[in-house]
Ligand binder design. Structure first.
Ligand SMILES: [Zn+2]
Length: 196
């Protein structure tokens, strides 16, 4: 499990921009109907289109590699910075690959902590109020504000988790980017068990 680190100001700003970008795209794609999911941020994986590289603020993609030998062969999936792998280390030096199940579990775990029963109750109450005829605008803006705050928190946590905890803050040189969280080494040719 990678540890969390404080997100630098520029990344925090980037997360805000990303949320605004997603919202604009979403509204365009759905004609502001707020129904369904927009294409482009849709993915069968959890984090692409959502988490960002902590070095270049670019998107993440999914990489896969063969692990083990013979009957013990299996395919490992991980998240990595798209700019680094597609455009080279001069564009982004972050070579970190974090095992998908490790990152997903960490993000989902954090979401579970955030979505407490009290919060869910509160959301339901406010949605009911929002659907009522009275004070629609007031409630709508309050819910929108709360939703923004929750989105910001999720983005911040996701960025921190996706970056892994072993990267030194501000250190995004290629050599440092190779520091992977425990259980995320993928380049080994030998048969390494999942339970290392
Ligand atoms: Zn990057």
């Amino acid at each position: 499990m990678p540890t969390l680190r404080v997100v630098p100001e520029n990344l925090w700003q980037g997360a805000h921009e990303r949320i605004a970008e997603s919202r604009t795209y979403y509204d365009k794609a759905t004609h502001c109907s707020r129904q369904g999911r927009p294409r482009g941020v849709d993915s069968k994986y959890l984090l692409p289109g959502f988490a960002r590289c902590g070095c270049c603020n670019g998107g993440l993609h999914v990489r896969s590699s063969n692990q083990g030998t013979g009957a013990n062969r299996w395919r490992a999936f991980s998240y990595a910075c798209t700019a680094h792998y597609n455009r080279g280390p001069d564009v982004c030096g972050n070579a970190l690959k974090i095992r998908m199940e490790v990152a997903d579990e960490a993000v989902v775990g954090k979401l579970g902590e955030l979505l407490t029963p009290d919060l869910v109750d509160d959301v339901i109450v406010r949605v009911r109020e929002l659907l009522g005829p009275e004070h629609q605008d007031e409630h709508r803006s309050r819910v929108a504000r709360d939703l923004r705050a929750a989105e910001n928190q999720v983005e911040r946590l996701t960025d921190a988790i996706a970056m892994g905890g072993d990267l030194p803050t501000g250190g995004c040189k290629a050599s440092e980017g190779r520091t992977a969280a425990p259980g995320t080494r993928q380049d080994d040719a030998g048969a390494r068990g999942k339970s290392q």
